[in-house]
Design a binder for this molecule. Structure first.
Ligand code: GDP
Ligand code: MG
Length: 303
């Protein structure tokens, strides 16, 4: 396969960038192969973040909010790429199209050379979505995008793992629905370096922000910033943009994040093992046990 598109992507051609990401998405090239041509993934230049996840339930306003945040960051001169991950929708419809439609910044002639938007069609993805998203993120950083933002819904293991790839995690919430902070939500909040309670133009937003602050105070460790925003009216969005840009990693989230990354790493080893098919066959026949299968996959220490 010709790798001219990699060279063109490196020279700033957006269509070639799209093609590069598609090749990563459908596994027709390996990350290492691409990085040989693109050059290495740079280390973070300062102690700020290179990757940020925006996560939360569908419909809370992640995409609208992200549009406002990107506008504020692009105005500061930052070059930012977005990967919008949506498990439920084919590329031609549903929320994926919705995510792109919300990104008015992409159509802003003053700012759009600093923004790149890409959706990840997870239904089409062959392989583990967090692995694909991780590789795409590395490609974007290697190509000189200063920051990569991953938008992902905060339900389901695969989506939480996509979020856990990022240096910082922002959880977006909506106004109170009268059920307080449920255990399921608490699990996601455990990963949060900041919480944005969006739709502050609707009743119950302030109440929910307080419920979240209280639930953090009951837990151990530091309380991350909890900010109110209205993406619809732009209220609080610029403030949130500056809070997020300088956001430190909350000590509490670090362990939770590494737990997710460890699990993802483990999964990657299994899914990418050349022995996987054969081992699944043997497991199905009952000729080996799970622990033997794990041992045969290898790559795990303590053997
Ligand atoms: N009232 C109100 N509606 C909002 C706000 N932000 C987003 N929405 C609406 O919420 C819906 C879902 O927004 P979207 O950004 O697609 O949510 P996502 O699924 O979390 O990405 C859309 O109809 C938005 O117009 C807000 O601040 N206030
Ligand atoms: Mg969205």
């Amino acid at each position: 396969m010709s790798t001219q598109f990699l060279t063109d992507a490196k020279n700033g051609d957006r269509r070639s960038l799209a093609r590069t990401l598609s090749a990563i998405e459908n596994r027709s090239i390996q990350l290492e192969q691409a990085l040989d041509i693109l050059g290495p993934v740079p280390d973070s230049a300062d102690d700020g973040w290179q990757t940020l996840a925006i996560t939360g339930a569908p419909g809370v306003g992640k995409s609208c909010l992200l549009d406002g945040l990107l506008t504020a960051w692009a105005k500061k001169g930052l070059r930012i790429a977005v990967l919008a991950v949506d498990p439920s929708s084919p590329r031609t419809g549903g929320a994926l199209l919705g995510d792109r439609v919300r990104m008015t910044v992409v159509d802003d002639k003053e700012l759009n050379d600093r923004i790149y938007f890409r959706s990840v069609a997870t239904r089409k993805a062959s392989g583990s979505v967090p692995v694909i998203v991780e590789d795409m993120t590395k490609i974007l950083l290697a190509l000189g995008w200063q920051k990569v933002v991953i938008e992902t819904v905060g339900a389901g293991q695969s989506e939480v793992r996509c979020a856990a790839l990022a240096d910082r995690i922002v959880v977006v919430e909506g106004p109170a629905r009268g059920d307080g902070v449920q255990a399921e939500k608490a699990g996601l909040l455990e990963l949060a370096d900041a919480v944005l309670v969006n739709k502050s133009d609707l009743p119950g937003a302030e109440l929910h922000a307080n419920e979240i602050r209280e639930s953090f105070e009951l837990g151990i460790g530091s309380t991350p910033p909890v900010e109110l925003t209205s993406a619809l009216h732009g209220t609080g969005v610029e403030h949130a943009a500056s809070v997020l840009l300088d956001l430190p990693s909350s000590g509490r989230s670090v362990r939770a994040r590494w737990r997710e990354r460890l699990l993802a790493f483990h999964e990657r080893k299994i899914l990418e093992s050349p022995k996987l098919d054969e081992l699944l066959q043997q497991l199905a026949k009952g000729s080996i046990h799970l622990d033997e299968a794990m041992r045969l996959i290898g790559g795990f220490s303590n053997e």
